[in-house]
Design a protein around this ligand. Structure first.
Ligand SMILES: NC(=O)c1ccc[n+]([C@@H]2O[C@H](COP(=O)([O-])OP(=O)(O)OC[C@H]3O[C@@H](n4cnc5c(N)ncnc54)[C@H](OP(=O)(O)O)[C@@H]3O)[C@@H](O)[C@H]2O)c1
Length: 345
């Protein structure tokens, strides 16, 4: 029997568009191998307009129209006027895909978007870390009360399976701690500095290839890494934690001299994320630059790759490496969540 995903998209930037392209690419495969047909009934953005068509938007046309004209409004068949919450309230669908920008201080407005989608009886799937850190328990309970799912596989390490591992293959294992490289931008910047660039030059290079933002402080000062640590701890260790509590130390203070010194010792600087219980039973969660040698699994994590090593009571060292992430890998995490949410029903 074919299941129908009627998808409501809040956010149509790098990830939202990559998700649309992936749907188009996999349309036949989804129908033939997973019994899933999909319709996108609406797309809403911050400043590029919104469009609702209960019969289903033509996704290729939507991608083309927003690229050419900078607005989706000409595709609207519902005379929609309003904000994103109004959009979520009236757009017909059974799955909300939320890909608006992260707000590391409150999780808003994504948190309210997801709350509204669940309250309307939709599954809510996001790549945004904010609602995970600031709303995990509340949103999960709300989803359960509606018989729906709140899923966020793409929020940490893009499409690499992290959260789904713990609700599937790792059921019964207890997570004692983890360490890794969760911010790919700083990993690239440190690598460029090893090649002789200053941090400013490395940031300029990152911006030229679309890796660093105009204001790179979220990455450089460790906040993106801290919110990912907070998300993993909150969800996988059952210990609600905010990025502020992680008190991240970023890479801004690393000098070219320190890089040279580490290289001379056969080591590398990495922005290391870690959390867990130490030997005296104290909980710790941190983000800070550290030097690592070839004996560490972090040493070989190059470019924009990311890596996490879990310490479980039954598996002392389980590592997951994600090489060369892109919006497409993030889109895959969203698609995998859609399939899981609809398979469960
Ligand atoms: N890029 C990645 O590979 C990646 C990886 C993992 C997770 N994520 C997460 O995925 C999310 C999206 O990332 P992205 O790279 O796609 O960001 P992006 O390119 O900045 O796109 C964000 C989208 O959200 C829209 N938007 C902003 N405010 C909105 C609002 N109030 N209501 C509705 N739409 C709104 C924007 O519209 P306008 O452009 O018109 O303002 C844009 O379409 C973020 O939370 C990010 O942390 C991204």
């Amino acid at each position: 029997m074919t299941k129908e995903a009627r998808l409501v998209l809040a956010g149509f930037g790098n990830v939202g568009k990559a998700f649309a392209r992936l749907l188009l690419q996999k349309e036949n495969e989804l129908r033939e191998e997973h019994g899933l047909s999909f319709t996108v009934t609406g797309i809403c953005t911050g400043s590029h307009g919104a469009a609702i068509d209960p019969q289903g938007l033509d996704l290729a046309q939507a991608l083309d129209t927003v690229e050419r004209t900078g607005s989706l409004t000409s595709l609207d068949r519902a005379s929609f006027l309003g904000n994103t919450l109004d959009f979520i309230e009236i757009c017909p669908g059974n799955v909300l895909i939320e890909t608006t920008p992260v707000n590391p201080r409150s999780g808003q407005p994504a948190l309210s978007h997801i709350e509204a989608g669940l309250a309307r009886g939709m599954h809510a799937i996001t790549a945004n870390k904010g609602p995970v850190v600031y709303g995990y328990q509340h949103l999960t309970r709300l989803a359960e009360s509606r018989g729906k799912k709140f899923l966020f596989e793409s929020a940490v390490m893009d499409g690499a399976p992290i959260f789904s591992l713990f609700r599937g293959p790792l059921l019964g294992a207890k997570l004692l701690g983890f360490s890794g490289i969760l911010n790919s931008c700083t990993n690239l910047l440190l690598e460029r500095m090893e090649g002789g660039e200053t941090l400013t030059q490395a940031i300029a290079y990152g911006a030229s290839i679309g890796i660093t933002e105009t204001d790179p402080s979220n990455d450089v000062d460790g906040w993106d890494a801290a919110i990912k640590v907070a998300a993993l701890v909150t969800v996988l260790m059952g210990y609600p934690l905010t990025p502020l509590e992680v008190q991240p130390v970023g890479i801004r203070g690393i000098t070219p001299q320190q890089i040279t010194q580490a290289t001379a010792q056969g080591k590398k600087w990495k922005l290391v994320c870690a959390a867990g219980w130490d030997e005296s039973g104290q909980f710790y969660a941190r983000v800070r630059p550290e030097t690592v040698g070839p004996d560490s699994p972090l040493f070989a994590v190059t470019g924009t790759s990311s890596f996490v090593q879990f310490k479980l009571d039954v598996l002392p060292g389980l590592g997951i490496l994600e090489s060369n992430p892109s919006p497409k890998t993030t889109a895959f995490g969203l698609l995998s969540d859609v399939l899981y949410a609809l398979k469960e029903k």
